[in-house]
Design a binder for this molecule. Structure first.
Ligand code: GAL
Length: 375
């Protein structure tokens, strides 16, 4: 079944989704003291935010999510707040222990990016019972969560699939592609897949489709090797890869099978390796998700929640989503864009995610020059 599309609570939600601190401050939602936006503050600036992230294989978590959240919490609390960060290394049981530790430590609020959205529900309930609000971060954890901040995940899948079709050129329904989806315990993976299928089903022949355990590139590589055996390299017109790490594994499998002219391959997360592969033409696209927008909003939501700034909290969460266990969860869903060789400068470089020098290293200098990057 196709996951439910989020609904908007207030018409201005799009603006809220794409705005950052500045515009929120401008409309009076931030930094206002002593007015009605501070409904009985429960805490001052000595806020402790517990941050639980799911894995380290993907570079985004340590490189962007954690430092951006930490810096924003510091900024919002006049350097008196802190972030206690633990990473589960793709282990659901480890994450359950980490969540328990946060409850035992009596942190003020928890930002939770679930390894297994279903299995963690019991831990979320325990936090709730201990009076600690839980905000689901990036992946929609089950259980009684207070709010959710993420990207528009179904849009991610649609954007990936539309780009793949565009790269394949004239397609007909007998053109074979392989679909490499994400982890079955990650609810986002289901949404990426649903969004992609809404574009691909009936348009091309999805000859093989896999859900990839733990999002691991090596698992994607093994599945791809199997798909190549059954389909034959010459019959393959494109590969839908749900993220960049897996795109890397897929390329290894294709090269091991002797493919020199790679078919179009998608991705997600704008990892540096992937951006370089886009420059060199090995990977067609990635999805750029503005980490600052998601992570800074999460920090704002967490601090507002602890400090009892209800109006500010509501202004940050004007979307609404349902999980399998909770309805009408206040949410913020940040939009995403396709990243191809045409817009590297306007996206990751403009946002300061990478410098041109990070991308156009000696190995990629000529490719960068050939697409006019860094001129
Ligand atoms: C998803 C997340 C992606 C990517 C992926 C693999 O849940 O939205 O950005 O990180 O997990 O870890």
């Amino acid at each position: 079944m196709r996951p439910m599309r989020p609904t908007r609570r207030i018409a201005t939600a799009v603006a809220a989704a794409s705005t950052m601190t500045l515009s929120l401050a401008a409309c009076g939602a931030l930094g206002v003291s002593g007015d009605s936006s501070e409904a009985s503050p429960t805490k001052g600036n000595d806020v402790t935010v517990g941050l639980l992230l799911p894995e380290t294989a993907n570079t985004r978590y340590d490189k962007f999510d954690y430092p951006i959240i930490r810096n924003k919490v510091m900024e919002l609390t006049n350097k008196q707040g802190k972030v206690d960060y633990l990473n589960a290394d793709a282990s659901a049981s480890k994450q359950a222990e980490q969540l328990q530790q946060m409850v035992d430590d009596q942190v003020d609020v928890i930002l939770l990016d679930a390894v297994d959205a279903h299995a963690i529900a019991e831990g979320v309930q325990k936090a709730k019972d201990a009076g600690i609000p839980v905000i689901a971060y990036d992946r929609l954890a089950e259980g009684p969560i207070d709010a959710y901040v993420s990207f528009d995940n179904e849009l991610v899948g649609e954007v990936q699939a539309r780009s793949l079709l565009e790269a394949m050129g004239e397609v007909d329904s007998s053109d074979k592609i392989v679909m490499m989806n994400g982890s079955p315990t990650d609810p986002n993976a289901k949404q990426f897949k649903a969004g992609a299928l809404s574009e691909l089903s009936g348009t091309v022949d999805i000859a093989k489709s896999y859900d990839t355990k733990d999002w691991k590139p090596e698992n994607a590589q093994a599945n791809m090797a199997q798909a190549i055996k059954s389909i034959g390299v010459n019959n393959l017109k494109g590969v839908y890869a749900a993220n960049d790490g897996m795109a890397g594994g897929i390329i290894k499998a294709l090269e091991a099978a002797g493919v020199t002219n790679l078919p179009p391959i998608t991705g997600q997360d704008a990892e540096l390796d992937a951006v370089q592969r886009i420059v060199s033409g090995e990977q067609f696209m990635s999805v750029y998700k503005s980490y600052p927008q998601e992570a800074e909003s999460a920090a704002q939501m967490a601090v507002a929640k602890v400090q009892g700034k209800d109006i500010q909290f509501d202004s940050l969460t004007q979307d609404q989503v349902d999980s399998p266990t909770a309805k009408n969860i206040p949410a913020l869903l940040v939009p995403v864009v396709a990243l191809t060789r045409k817009n590297i400068e306007e996206t990751v470089v403009a946002d300061g995610i990478y410098q041109l020098g990070d991308i156009c290293t000696a190995k990629y200098k000529a490719d960068c020059a050939s697409i006019g990057l860094g001129k």
